[in-house]
Write a protein that binds this ligand. Structure first.
Ligand code: PGA
Length: 255
């Protein structure tokens, strides 16, 4: 088994182009020697192109936080997979819980986005996760299964290993209350088993599954030492280059 670990930073609606550029300089200066891990920054749309120019030739990938499933047309406020490719991106975050809950994106829509991303040779980072109410009534696995079934509905076995899944329990996002490594392990093992049932053991071994939700430099090691957890999707702690570099460093140490 060799799955290259990932540290991805989801900036959400933070950082101007100027601030993004300052961050990238600090990140790039701190990265040498940190090989064996993929580093992905997910800035707002406005910083995609300038950041990908700045990080060209470096190990840092730039990825958007969302996209539309159509190629072009009358979809005010949206961007397409082709536009993302033009910014030299290889990944795209889809189905983040803030998209699902604040913007009412459905799993069906997210499934269309996953298909459109793969058709355009982008790797989707498909986010799934249960709310605290769902967890408390014992529905975690059911919710994750539904989100995966609909999110992956059009994904062929040939393309399935290009999907990255991020397990982000909604109650852990931005709350400072991360899941325990055991909780994360339990759900991530369930996700890998689901992928194995749908696509077979080779795909299940290849798909990278990340944990997200209040990841910090102090707790990331404990997640990353779990052989089933292939990386993290980091929100708040990814805004500070020193913290983000420490998370990358700790992730490498654990693998
Ligand atoms: P957080 O956000 O690290 O601030 O909890 C994670 C995310 O939303 O991806």
């Amino acid at each position: 088994m060799s799955r290259t670990p990932i540290t991805a930073g989801n900036w959400k609606m933070n950082k101007t182009v100027e601030e993004a550029s300052v961050f990238a300089e600090a990140l790039l200066a701190g990265l040498p020697g940190m090989d064996g891990i993929e580093v992905i920054i997910c800035p707002p749309f406005t910083a995609l192109y300038p950041l990908s120019q700045k990080c060209a030739g470096s190990p840092v990938q730039i990825a958007p936080q969302n996209m539309h499933w159509e190629a072009k047309g009358a979809f005010t406020g949206e961007i397409s997979a082709g536009m993302i490719q033009e910014c030299h991106c290889h990944y795209v975050v889809l189905g983040h819980s803030e998209r699902r809950h604040i913007f009412r994106e459905t799993s069906e829509e997210i499934g269309k986005k996953v298909k459109a991303a793969l058709d355009a040779h982008l790797c989707p980072i498909l986010c799934v996760g249960e709310t605290i109410e769902e967890r408390e009534v014992g529905k975690t696995e059911q919710i994750i299964k539904e989100q995966l079934l609909l999110g992956l509905t059009s994904v062929s076995p040939e393309k399935a290993s290009q999907v990255v899944v991020a397990y982000e329990p909604v109650w852990a996002i931005g709350t400072g209350k991360a899941a325990t490594p055991d909780d994360a392990h339990f759900v991530i093992s369930y996700i890998r088993q689901f992928i194995g049932d749908e696509y077979g053991p080779v795909v299940a071994e290849a798909v990278r599954i990340l944990y997200g939700g209040s990841v910090t430099p102090d707790n990331v090691y404990d997640f990353m030492k779990d052989p089933d957890i292939d990386g993290t999707l980091v929100g708040g702690a990814s805004l500070d280059p020193a913290k983000f570099l420490k998370i990358i460093q700790e992730s490498r140490r654990a693998k």
